[in-house]
Design a protein around this ligand. Structure first.
Ligand SMILES: [Zn+2]
Length: 240
């Protein structure tokens, strides 16, 4: 790998590796959290706290369309065309920087607040083949879930926290966290009432509670896909 490169916007990047001291994070009295990731809220915590998916692309969409039209009209080989191409690249880069920044901060916030982060291990590629999956992929075009998972893992390594991935076949949404009976739900059912015990649930908040229960159970029985924060020899310097 060359230690420097120039990107499509014309900016030069110098690449170097350094050793840094990791932030000293205090334990949080052993607080676990369950996170449900979804369509309307990027994340819902077991407390019901929701974070909307960021709309960076939509925010810059008009600007981007204008720049792309200008590029299409510019004469091939002209100075104006080169300028227009750089402008389009800069807008794309800004959107991707905004997403990356948001994902870093959102993931760090989770591991700073909680000791054990339980999250559903969703397979985006698998989901893409289903009708439901199509929706998922569109929804996450603004903030990729798999990048969020990676960020969670690396921040957990930094802070000595654990990330527990709960299998994607675990029925977190349709299981009532109070009486554990299962109810068939449509994707549109955001709120539902359990026919067995009568509890009314927020769909994602209920799922987040089930995810943390399952995560803690997996940790306890030790057959977990959880990644011990310090376990897999990742050099944080490589990731940043
Ligand atoms: Zn119930």
């Amino acid at each position: 790998m060359q230690p420097y490169k120039q990107d499509a916007t014309g900016a030069w990047w110098v690449i170097f590796i350094c050793h840094i001291n990791l932030p000293d994070i205090q334990p949080t009295a052993d607080r676990p959290v369950g996170i449900d990731v979804g369509l309307e809220s990027f994340t819902t915590l077991l407390t019901g706290e929701k974070t909307a998916p960021p709309k960076f692309y939509r925010r810059s969409h008009k600007k981007l369309a204008r720049a792309q039209r200008k590029l299409a009209r510019a004469q091939k080989g002209s100075h104006n065309r080169a300028k227009a191409r750089k402008r389009v690249a800069k807008i794309h880069q800004k959107i991707s920087n905004q997403r990356a920044d948001w994902l870093h901060k959102h993931a760090l916030g989770m591991v700073q607040r909680f000791d054990v982060v339980c999250i559903e291990d969703l397979n985006i590629k698998g989901l893409a083949r289903t009708k439901r999956g199509t929706l998922w992929v569109k929804s996450f075009s603004d903030a990729s879930l798999s990048t969020f998972m990676q960020r969670l893992q690396e921040k957990a390594e930094w802070c000595g926290r654990r990330v527990v991935k709960v299998g994607r076949f675990y029925a977190s949404s349709k299981t009532c966290h109070v009486c554990h009976s299962k109810t068939a739900l449509k994707l549109a059912d955001r709120m539902w009432t359990c026919p067995t015990c009568g509890t009314t649930h927020d769909r994602d908040g209920n799922a987040a509670i089930n995810i943390v229960h399952e995560g803690i159970r997996l940790l306890a029985v030790g057959t977990t896909e959880s990644q011990n924060a310090a376990g897999d020899g990742v050099n944080p310097a490589k990731r940043w």
